[in-house]
Design a protein around this ligand. Structure first.
Ligand code: SAH
Length: 213
């Protein structure tokens, strides 16, 4: 599949829609303007790739809705060369947006089939995360910690303690919390022991499952 002027035009429209919905971070909007989302989807969805909706991908998982990707990315307040840990690589679209924003991205996926598929796809698109891992995101990546920010892209029943421990002081953890419906939650690490907590409305993700598959 190719990236054409028609796709670019649709991306420009999507970016305008995200602005109308309240996304203001210019780096987030520019990354979404550049990343060819249609190449992260099964080709039968190509026509719909720039609608603001989630779609099914391999292994019963989903590629997040563009608004959700933009909203979570904006909450991270990424600066160039920030070290970001992503839990739930999935299609790799969110990973690609973070890389395009200049972050050093470390990402974990628990579905082996999806891990292999996405690890093969990203370099073909010229996207180079620092590290992709097949593993259990509940544990984080202690060997690469601490991180400037952590983003969880699946619905978590609770905040995994290892992720809080792997966050820098001043760092931001964005996590959808809850079972069937989640509350987008932002934790900012104030010091060794204290975190400031913000709840930012309802959202819906596939579940964060323990262990790997
Ligand atoms: N960021 C992805 C979202 C994919 S959906 C995208 O934009 O495409 C969430 C992903 O989290 C799924 O791929 C699922 O397999 C993965 N996941 C669920 N539990 C996990 C865990 N404990 N560790 C790592 N990945 C997990």
């Amino acid at each position: 599949m190719k990236d054409t002027a028609k796709h670019q035009g649709r991306r420009n429209q999507l970016v305008s829609l995200l602005q109308e919905k309240g996304i203001t971070d210019k780096n987030v909007l520019e990354a979404i303007r550049k990343i060819p989302r249609h190449l992260f989807l099964n080709s039968s969805f190509e026509e719909y790739a720039y609608q603001d909706t989630a779609f099914q991908i391999t292994a019963g998982q989903t590629i997040s809705q563009p608004y959700t990707v933009a909203f979570q990315s904006q909450l991270l307040e990424i600066k160039k060369d920030h070290k970001i840990l992503e839990i739930g690589t999935g299609s790799g679209y969110q990973t690609a947006v973070l890389c395009m924003m200049g972050a050093k991205v470390f990402s974990i996926e628990r579905q082996n089939e999806l891990f292999k598929e996405t690890s093969a796809l990203l370099p073909k698109l010229g996207i180079r995360p620092k590290h992709l891992t097949f593993g259990d995101g509940y544990k984080g990546l202690p060997g690469f910690a601490p991180f400037d920010s952590i983003i969880v892209t699946a619905g978590a029943p609770f905040i995994p303690q290892p992720l809080m421990a792997q966050l820098k002081i001043g760092g931001r953890l964005v996590i959808p919390l809850g079972e069937t419906v989640q509350i987008m939650t932002l934790l900012i690490r104030i010091n060794e022991t204290q975190f400031e907590r913000h709840e930012l409305g309802e959202c819906k993700f596939v579940p964060l499952l323990e262990d790997k598959n």
